[in-house]
Design a protein around this ligand. Structure first.
Ligand SMILES: Cc1cc2nc3c(=O)[nH]c(=O)nc-3n(C[C@H](O)[C@H](O)[C@H](O)COP(=O)(O)OP(=O)(O)OC[C@H]3O[C@@H](n4cnc5c(N)ncnc54)[C@H](O)[C@@H]3O)c2cc1C
Length: 315
């Protein structure tokens, strides 16, 4: 885009020059806190703004990336050449007592969970402590392995999804049912199609407040023991996809890589499938550890580690 002032001018004319941030740092917009700037950043505050921005970059054939909470991505040190569209589409409406509609940029935690729990509604509370927007949650089929006494029961966002309003890859605005998303573990049709989630509706259940609080407390305690505190250890959660019955983290641990440090990044000492920013990490540092884990695990165990996070921009 730097090379194409005409595209920049067209974006400014349509979206408003005052709404486009130039050389916008992306690191603070990610939970890893790593990576360079975007040539341009646009914060879409309404569904119509999100639709307009996406339609425009499609018309202009301009490189773009759709950003949510930035909790499942690694941005390259040289940043992103093009327009990053951040969904800040807000709004939470509780319709008929149990149907909750939320904009794609609403953060499931804390905003949506706080709101629904305060209304005595259960379903989303399982995802307490996980950073995500509504859009990102559908992209990845947000999930949580429930701790005792329900251990081994993975709860997915698809379980409570009623419908979603999307802008399709073909440019049509549609309301779709959960089937449309072809959800799997860490999977949805959004990985293969450039559809954009505008908002989603969730069917929740009236639940006593003590029960909601108990589950949230247990889940947070479970997470505290295993997961990094984002304030101390910025990260993007699990780096590699689950390996059924074995565990990517366990393989990395068995290869003796837990606690391995490179530059400002390290393999988390409590959970080997998580790489953390120990302070001043670069994307290059993180990539070095990703490569180390992949090569070591493959050569010692024969298992292939496949990254779960998305790599954005130039490295
Ligand atoms: C500490 C920590 C713990 C975590 N624990 C868990 C966990 O227990 N379970 C779990 O499932 N995940 C976990 N994660 C991963 C992360 O929270 C989820 O993947 C989350 O859903 C990402 O949402 P996001 O809004 O940050 O998406 P982003 O990281 O911003 O984007 C991810 C992808 O979603 C796409 N996307 C974003 N918004 C939209 C939209 N409106 N329409 C279409 N596509 C969109 C983006 O283009 C991108 O491809 C964890 C992450 C961290 C940092």
């Amino acid at each position: 885009m730097r090379a194409d002032p005409k595209t920049v001018a067209a974006l400014e004319a349509e979206l408003g020059a005052d709404r486009l941030e130039r050389d916008a740092p992306l690191a603070p917009l990610t939970t890893f806190r790593v990576g360079g700037p975007a040539d341009l950043l646009y914060r879409a505050r309404t569904e119509d703004e999100l639709v307009r921005a996406v339609q425009l970059v499609r018309e202009l054939d301009a490189p773009h990336f759709l950003l949510g909470r930035g909790a499942n991505i690694l941005v390259g040190d040289r940043g992103f050449r093009g327009l990053v569209i951040r969904s800040e589409v807000g709004g939470v409406e509780i319709d008929d007592g149990t149907l909750v509609r939320a904009g794609s940029g609403v953060e499931t935690f804390p905003d949506l969970i706080d709101r629904t729990v305060a209304g005595g509604l259960g379903g989303l509370h399982h995802f307490v402590g996980i950073p995500s927007t509504v859009g990102g949650a559908l992209w990845q089929n947000l999930h949580f392995l429930s701790p005792a006494p329900d251990r081994d029961r993975t709860i997915f966002i698809e379980d409570i999804l009623e419908s979603a309003d999307i802008l399709t890859e073909e440019g049509e605005r549609r309301t779709v049912s959960p089937d449309y998303f072809e959800f799997g573990y860490d999977e949805s049709v959004l990985h293969d199609r450039a559809d954009v989630v505008l908002s989603a509706s969730f069917r929740l259940e009236p639940t006593p407040l003590e029960e909601l609080r108990r589950v949230m407390r247990e889940n947070l305690e479970w997470r505290d023991e295993r997961h990094p505190d984002l304030w101390l250890y910025p990260c993007a959660g699990s780096i590699f996809k689950k390996i059924e019955g074995i565990g990517a983290g366990r393989l990395i641990d068995e290869c003796g890589l837990k606690g391995q440090v490179h530059g400002g990044a390290g393999i988390f000492h409590k959970h080997a499938n998580i790489i953390v920013n120990l302070g001043g990490a670069t994307a290059r540092d993180v990539m070095w550890l990703i490569d180390l884990a992949r090569e070591t695990v493959e050569s010692r165990t024969g298992h292939e580690l496949v990254p779960e996070i998305s790599f954005v921009g130039e490295f």
